[in-house]
Design a protein. Structure first.
Length: 98
């Protein structure tokens, strides 16, 4: 299995994919598709809505981007990841099982 970190293909819309694997222990990958160069934030939140990690905050070019969360210091449970990219905001759920 070969994973491409940044794709040259430009998508026609913003997209936040489901993390994989899910459930995971202790590492998971999140893919984001950007139709244009964008300032983005990708944060991880616990079940209480508290931000526990920032995977990325900055500018990314159009295309597909992957981010890896290494949750070795976090406990089992439900977490949420949220992509903020201009007017596009989406949140998804993931499960850490140790």
């Amino acid at each position: 299995l070969t994973l491409v970190k940044n794709s040259k293909t430009v998508p026609n819309a913003f997209k936040l994919s489901q993390n994989y694997p899910n459930p995971f222990n202790p590492t998971t990958t999140i893919r984001v598709w950007l139709p244009e160069r964008s300032y983005i934030k990708l944060n991880i939140y616990n079940i209480l809505g508290q931000r526990v990690a920032t995977l990325f905050k900055g500018i990314k070019n159009a295309g597909m981007h992957q981010f890896v969360w290494k949750a070795t210091s976090f406990g089992s449970g439900v977490y949420f990841y949220r992509l903020d990219a201009g007017k596009f905001v989406q949140t998804k759920k993931m499960i850490l099982l140790k």
